[in-house]
Design a protein around this ligand. Structure first.
Ligand code: AMP
Length: 422
């Protein structure tokens, strides 16, 4: 049998890398707490309609990338899907639990895996991880500014430099419909020159032609200023957002060609890119989706959010150079001279852990030298060695791993010393 491997576009996060992930998550949670966001956890599988109704039947994320599942244990006939993104599920949960009617302003964050059937390449995975936020119940342009301040703070907390924030507005639902019609009419005579995908997009989702990977398609739509089609109220709203960003010193660039692929966006939309990422240069993106809650059957509720891809955050951090080495991973290793001390080692380890000191106890019958090698490879600062004499006397030998110095002490003194770290 061929050796079993992780599927292409998915990967294991081994303990060494997991530390970096934990740190990102920990830093993010701290920032979210500062801004009054609470965690929400939704299932990784949903009824497919949660995504098809919100992202749009024609969105490529639905037509090309979503994993549909046979819902064996589920409600007859309804198909399930692996979540390709977080917003639709959070909106479904908001409505299901009546929070759109009862809770007023809600600020949520989520983190976890998302799934898209991509052809795997650098920065494009089939299982990847996002950290995202959603705010419900505020249409204020100041909310847009605060959300982007939070995004900036998050990127700073992670130690990312060199990123760029691009923003645009596609106006309200009515504006967007007009812009789409205008784009369709303008591009229809050129349809034959568009790539195959864009000929379909022209029919179903012409905005996507603006960020097609084919230079030719982008050129054909090149002269269009979408912002011209935005109504006066939405233009004024966008001016408040950009003024607010200037005042708050959030650096940004206006990008009149920026569109987001999903149907649900309205008004402000944005993307953060990083030069260390190569061709897939988006770290994250988001925007307003003021109509989505109502569209999915909830009370009219303005909303805004963003999602950042964690694999890409780690790639961008790596592109900036190696990280400084981390501090010792484990304070204490409990070693034994003979097999007779193994129960005492277990007991001492439990005593240490009750006192909040992390430790690794040798539980095998094997020479002390091998145990010391393991202690070093685990990064232990101290080894506490138990031999027949120590057990008889109620002592333990404390070895400082780096200097090699060792000294017999009472168990109480040894615990005090390792917990003080010196
Ligand atoms: P999107 O919802 O497509 O705007 O995605 C938001 C962010 O998630 C992107 O900016 C990426 O950082 C990340 N992302 C999206 N798709 C993938 C993927 N297939 N593999 C890795 N990261 C992704």
């Amino acid at each position: 049998m061929n050796p079993l491997k992780a599927l292409g576009g998915t990967s294991d996060i081994l303990p060494e890398e997991a530390r970096a992930w934990q740190q990102l998550e920990h830093q993010a949670r701290r920032v979210f707490h500062l801004y009054g966001y609470q965690e929400i956890r939704t299932p990784l599988i949903e009824e497919a309609a949660v995504f098809t109704s919100s992202l749009g039947e024609a969105a490529e994320i639905v037509t090309k990338q979503m994993y549909f599942l046979e819902d064996r244990g589920g409600r007859g006939g309804r198909s399930a899907a692996l979540r390709p993104e977080g917003t639709a599920s959070v909106v479904r949960a908001l409505i299901e639990h009546g929070l759109d009617r009862t809770a007023g302003l809600c600020r949520f964050y989520y983190l976890g895996p998302m799934f898209r059937a991509e052809r795997p390449q650098k920065g494009r995975r089939r299982q990847f991880h996002q950290i995202g936020v959603e705010v419900f119940g505020s249409a204020s342009p100041h909310q847009d500014v605060e959300l982007l301040l939070l995004l900036k703070r998050l990127l700073e907390e992670w130690g990312l430099n060199g990123w760029k924030l691009r923003i645009n507005s596609l106006g309200c639902r009515e504006d967007r419909a007009k812009i789409v019609e205008h784009l369709r009419a303008a591009l229809a005579p050129q349809a034959a020159k568009l790539c195959e995908d864009c000929r379909v997009r022209l029919e179903k989702n012409p905005l996507r032609i603006l960020d097609c990977k084919e230079e030719r398609c982008r050129e054909l739509s090149g002269g269009m200023d979408l912002f011209e089609g935005v109504c006066a109220a939405c233009k004024e709203n966008f001016a408040k957002v950009t003024e607010g960003l200037e005042r708050a010193q959030v650096p940004f660039e206006r990008d009149p060609r920026l569109v987001r692929g999903l149907d649900y966006y309205s008004r402000t939309c944005f993307e953060v890119v990083h030069p260390g990422l190569g061709s897939q240069d988006a770290l994250g993106g988001g925007g307003r989706y003021d109509d989505l809650v109502e569209l999915l059957g909830g009370a009219p509720t303005p909303a805004i959010g963003f999602a950042v891809g964690l694999e890409r955050v780690l790639m961008a951090l790596e592109s900036a150079g190696p990280k400084p080495p981390e501090a010792a991973a484990l304070p204490v290793y409990v070693a034994t001279v003979t097999a007779a001390e193994l129960p005492n080692a277990l007991q001492l380890a439990e005593q240490l852990r009750r006192g909040g000191i992390a430790c690794f106890a040798n539980l095998e019958e094997r020479p002390l030298g091998r145990q010391m090698k393991q202690a070093s490879s685990l990064g232990a600062r101290f080894a506490l060695i138990l031999g027949p004499d120590e057990v008889k006397e109620g002592n333990v030998t404390v070895k400082e791993m780096q200097s090699g110095e060792q000294k017999k002490e009472s168990i109480a003194d040894a615990i005090r010393r390792v917990s003080d770290g010196g």
